[in-house]
Ligand binder design. Structure first.
Ligand code: CP
Length: 324
């Protein structure tokens, strides 16, 4: 593996999930693999889980890590070409990414979308430019359209917690939930993309429930069943992945804060004792009711814990390809 941007970088989902769960059992079994190698974690936006779990994963592999919080500590970055830099931006991405590539063997980059220009966001302009100029393997720590380390984690967590027999497949629902802000589509896009692929590989059944106007790009949802009725869609599911996102069609728009879409105990009752997932951070009693988050139904903490093993499996594969 030379970089990690989407599910397309993985040839066999079951294999990488198994590899991640093996690393969870023996976290330091590849301590020599990353010796002498530097991981740079570059954040253009805030993070708790991604920052700490990826750092821990790298340390488990014997790597050294530099964390760069660009928004607080870096120079204001110019990403457009042909601009006379007489405004607020101080350093061009051409130099900044190239210099970071001099210090690091692998770089992880987090960059959220603007939610203003859909074409620019969905072209992954910033991520692609950074990849071109840094000249070392690049891992997405969440880009404008995807959050692949989160989605790999989600699949690991479903596999780890599924108690059905080998002939049964879990029913997984991605459910839109209300929020007061305009949030990116990266997490739901990515989750849908990974779950559609897992469905093709016969690992699970996948569907999406959302209010009208919140349809994700079909590039990510493919043949997933879509419902506009949460109470109907939630019946008989084994996993509910709760997440807010803004409109793709009317890009970045939030139509309403419809509390009927918040996950509460009444809705949960109609499921097959479903486990509740969320990528975190989550706003309590807006997105998910507190009594669900505090109950046995919630696996959000275990899910966040698994971020380490997803990151470690990806870093391990990249290190193996560098060391060849
Ligand atoms: N889920 C997730 O990526 O969390 P952070 O934004 O805190 O890294």
């Amino acid at each position: 593996m030379n970089s990690f941007f989407s599910v397309k970088d993985i040839d066999n989902l079951d294999k990488i999930v198994e590899e991640s769960l093996e690393l969870k059992k023996n976290p330091r079994s590849y301590l020599k693999l990353g010796e002498g190698k530097m991981l740079g974690l570059v954040f253009l936006n805030p993070s708790l889980r991604t920052r700490m779990s990826t750092q821990k994963a790298a340390l488990n592999l014997g790597m050294d890590v530099i964390v760069m919080n660009m928004a607080q500590d870096g120079w204001a970055l110019e990403t457009q070409d042909g601009v006379i830099m007489n405004g607020n931006t101080v350093e061009h991405i051409r130099e900044a990414a190239a210099v970071m590539g001099q210090y690091c063997d692998i770089i992880g980059l987090r960059s959220f979308p603007s939610l203003k220009d859909r074409e620019e966001d969905y072209n992954e302009d910033l991520f692609n430019k950074f990849k071109k100029y840094c000249q070392v393997p690049l891992i997405s720590l969440e880009s404008a359209t995807r959050h692949p380390l989160q989605s790999l984690t989600d699949l690991i967590t479903i596999k780890e917690t599924w108690t059905g027999n080998s002939f049964q497949k879990p029913n997984v629902l991605l459910a839109w939930a209300p929020h007061i802000r305009s949030l990116p589509q990266a997490v739901p896009n990515s989750f849908a993309e990974w779950m559609c692929r897992a469905q093709q590989e016969d690992m699970l059944n996948f569907k999406i429930a959302q209010p009208k106007g919140y349809e994700l790009s079909t590039e990510f949802t493919q043949e997933a069943e879509i419902s506009y009725d949460l109470e109907e869609a939630i019946k008989n599911v084994d996993y509910i992945y709760v997440k807010n996102w803004s409109s793709y069609e009317d890009y970045g728009r939030v139509y309403s804060i419809d509390q009927d879409w918040m996950l509460d105990q009444n809705k949960l009752k109609t499921t097959r004792s479903a486990k509740v997932m969320h990528c975190l951070p989550v706003r309590r009693d807006l997105v998910i009711a507190s009594d669900i988050l505090d109950s046995e139904s919630s696996i959000v903490i275990q899910q966040a814990g698994n971020r380490v093993w997803a990151a470690q499996a990806v870093l391990k594969r990249i290190l193996e390809s560098i060391n060849k």
